[in-house]
Design a protein around this ligand. Structure first.
Ligand code: ADP
Ligand code: MG
Length: 283
C-alpha cells in the first residue's frame, strides 16, 4: 500500500496542477519560516502568491522586452527624485498605477537632454508590460522610417495596425532629427488613429511651440498637439542632466564666472528661452 501523501506533498501537487512554479519553488522556504515562527500564516500566503506574481511579472517582462523593442530596463525605483526636484514623485507614482491607460490618456515628458525623459517613459512602459498590456517603443525617427518603408513596400496598412494596436506606444526623442513631409503626415495619421483609442507616451527636448518646426508644418503640428493634449499629463522637467551630474560643480563655477546662473536651477546648462518647453497644466 502506498503511504498517504504528506500535506507538503499535496501542496506541491496542487501548485504544480495550477501551474504555479514560482510559488512551488518558494514553498519549502515559506513552510520553514512558518515552522520557525518567523512568518505568520497571512504573511505566508502573501509570500507564496507574491513569489508566483514575481515570476509571472518577470516572464511577462522578458516577453515584452522582446516584442516591444524597449532598449533597456528602467524603473521608477531607480529614479532619483532628489536629483530632479521638478519631477513630482506623487504624479509619477500615480501615473505608474496605470489609470491613464484605462482612460486612454497620453503622457508627454518635456525637458532638456539627460533629465530622465526616456527613463520615465520606459519605466511606464515596463509597468504596463508587467500588467500584461501590449507595449511598443520607438524613437520618432525609427517609427517614421518604419512607416515610410512600409508605404514603399505596399504594407502601410499592416504597419499602421501594428502601431495602433498596442495599449501603450512610446514615441521617444521628438525633436532630435528632421522629419520629411511624408514622414510627418504618416505620423500624424498614426496619432489620429490612436487618439481616444489607446495611450501614447511622448518625449521631447523641444517645447510645443517648436513642434511646427520639427514637423515642417505649423497647422499639422497644431492639430497633432491639439489631439495629444486633449487628455494628457504633461511632465515638464526643468533641471540638470543626470549624465552630467558629476560635473555640476564645474557648471556652477562656469556660470558663476559667466554671471549667468539661472534662478532655481543653478548649474543648469544655459538654454535659450525659445528652446525651453512651454509650461502647460496637466489635466
Ligand atoms: P533624456 O531622455 O531626458 O535625455 P535619459 O532618460 O536618457 O534622459 O537619462 C540619461 C541617463 O541618466 C539614463 O541612464 C537615465 O537612466 C539616467 N537618469 C536620468 N535622470 C535620472 C534620475 N533622476 N535618477 C536616476 N537616473 C537618472
Ligand atoms: Mg531620451
Amino acid at each position: 500500500m502506498r503511504a498517504p501523501l504528506s500535506l507538503r506533498d499535496r501542496l506541491r501537487a496542487q501548485l504544480a496542477d495550477l501551474k504555479m512554479p514560482g510559488a512551488l519553488e518558494a514553498l519549502d522556504d515559506i513552510l520553514a519560516a512558518l515552522d520557525s515562527g518567523t512568518l505568520k500564516p497571512p504573511a505566508a500566503i502573501e509570500a507564496l502568491l507574491g513569489a508566483q506574481i514575481t515570476l509571472r511579472n518577470n516572464r511577462r517582462l522578458q516577453a515584452a522586452m522582446r516584442s516591444s523593442r524597449l532598449p533597456i530596463v528602467k524603473t521608477l525605483t531607480d529614479f532619483d527624485f532628489s536629483f530632479q526636484p521638478s519631477v513630482k514623485r506623487e504624479q509619477l507614482e500615480s501615473l505608474h498605477t496605470l489609470g491613464f491607460l484605462e482612460r486612454k490618456e497620453n503622457v508627454v515628458f518635456l525637458g532638456p537632454p539627460g533629465v530622465g525623459k526616456t527613463h520615465l517613459a520606459i519605466s511606464l512602459a515596463i509597468a504596463a508590460a508587467e500588467s500584461g498590456r501590449r507595449v511598443y517603443y520607438g524613437t520618432l525617427g525609427d517609427l517614421i522610417a518604419s512607416l515610410e518603408e512600409a508605404q514603399l513596400a505596399g504594407r502601410l496598412l499592416h504597419r499602421m495596425k501594428t502601431l495602433v494596436f498596442p495599449s501603450l506606444l512610446i514615441v521617444d526623442e521628438i525633436g532630435y532629427l528632421p522629419i520629411s513631409r511624408t514622414g510627418a503626415m504618416l505620423f500624424f495619421q498614426l496619432m489620429s488613429r490612436r487618439y481616444e483609442h489607446a495611450s501614447t507616451v511622448l518625449t521631447s527636448n523641444k517645447g510645443f511651440e517648436e513642434w511646427g518646426e520639427i514637423f515642417g508644418d505649423d497647422v499639422m503640428a497644431a492639430a497633432l498637439i491639439d489631439r495629444l493634449v486633449h487628455h494628457c499629463h504633461i511632465v515638464n522637467i526643468r533641471g540638470n542632466s543626470y549624465r552630467m551630474r558629476h560635473h555640476t560643480e564645474l557648471h556652477k563655477d562656469l556660470h558663476r564666472a559667466l554671471g549667468s546662473s539661472r534662478r532655481g536651477v543653478a548649474g543648469a546648462p544655459q538654454r535659450s528661452s525659445r528652446s525651453r518647453p512651454k509650461e502647460a497644466a496637466a489635466t
